[in-house]
Design a protein around this ligand. Sequence first.
Ligand SMILES: [Cu+2]
Length: 479
Amino acid sequence: MQQILYQHIVEAVNEFPAGAIRQRYASAALSWRHPYWDWAAEPPAGESVLPTSITSQTITVTMPNGTATIANPLYSYHFQWVDVADFYYSPFAEWNYTMRAPSDWSSSAYSEDNLVAQALDNGRISFRDRLYNLFTSYNNFTQFGNEAWMSTSDVSNTDSLEALHDVIHSITGSRGHMTYLDYSAFDPLFWLHHTMIDRSFALWQTIYNDSYVEPMAALDPTFTVKVGTVLDVDTPLVPFHSNANGDFWTSTKVRSVRSLGYTYTDLGNDSIDAVKANVNKLYGTSAGIGGLSRLKRETTGEADPDIDAPKEVVNGKHQQYLANIVSQKLALNGSYAIYVFLGSFDDTPAAWPLSPNLVGTHGVFAGLSTSSSARVRNKEGPGITVTGSVPLTSSLLAKVQSGELPCMDVPTVTAYLNQSLHWRVGMYDGTTVSPEDLEDLMITVVSAEIEPADSVHQFPKWGDFTVLTNVTEGKPGGC
Ligand SMILES: [Cu+2]
């Protein structure tokens, strides 16, 4: 993909007459690599986390004979033709362009990127906190990477980069191509999103460089792998050839992104301290944990007029709260979402993604029921139990600041959550599903203490997790 784009860049550069502009583009092409879209870091003031470079329908570009306005290739992919056998399900088979938040479910629908941008902005704190928790609390590759739920007893590592990746798919599509496994890669945003996932993994790998792929039986079928086949570091990554002899890439061969001819600026020289400092800066310092410097000042007991919520920290420790969610991936014959709220919300499904009291969304990413992969999955698989985790801490801190919650200690928060924590299950077509009817749904609130880091080069230390049984017990899906 990157190589093909590079070839197009070189062709475009060669259309320019010899001179300064061509020289500049030619040298830029040499260091060009596929960009990533960071959906977790704070966007520039006044801008959406979904930048206009992605949402503008047209862009102005420099051509050999002046400037021209063209269709923005990042806004949508224009299908050369749409084969009904591939898209199967109306109206996907009638759409000539990839869609984001399609205005309706008909052939004349149009994208509503503004709704996607608003939903992403409303969810960004949750994405950022999830990413930061993954960096600071997950040291095992399988737990960090995989959304499959493998343990009935471990409540500490129920999130994963895969689950976080899923919710971005769900929201960016909002029932358009990105929301469905089989169609998502047609949207140009898919590649910017996946490069962000690749980058997040590379950052994590630098920090936890001793943990990697462990042998594991496949839970999900592909065209070449049957459910139950044990996969390990040397399993061929079909269909990706590593050379002209027909050999395939393997996990061992791609352990470092540099073996594929690129790297990320944030990786620096693989200094763990430097990567941790980058992660703290981008995803931690303004995060719900209160910020390293603020926590430090509080623990040293120095008076600081900027501290407006002194009840956050008790004995130098800070209490974290998370809602862990377990459910069946294929339970509803399509992608669905579990919305978690703190306090009141409008009970119209269309309003949920934009609700000010939405704490986070757990997006379950599946195929449409009639798509080919869904048919294969339903026939072959025994079901896939998946899990994700919605951090509650940032929202709880906001409730402390607004005076709605007196403090962050466990008894107070437990009582508050018992009254104020709510969840709803929705499909992306506006249909709602009663939590009782979602197979194996299990929502558990857990808490852990964290100890602030001593410096910007370190991460906070997480203590043991405990289950707060009094929060969700007796409610649909609660336990
Ligand atoms: Cu994806």
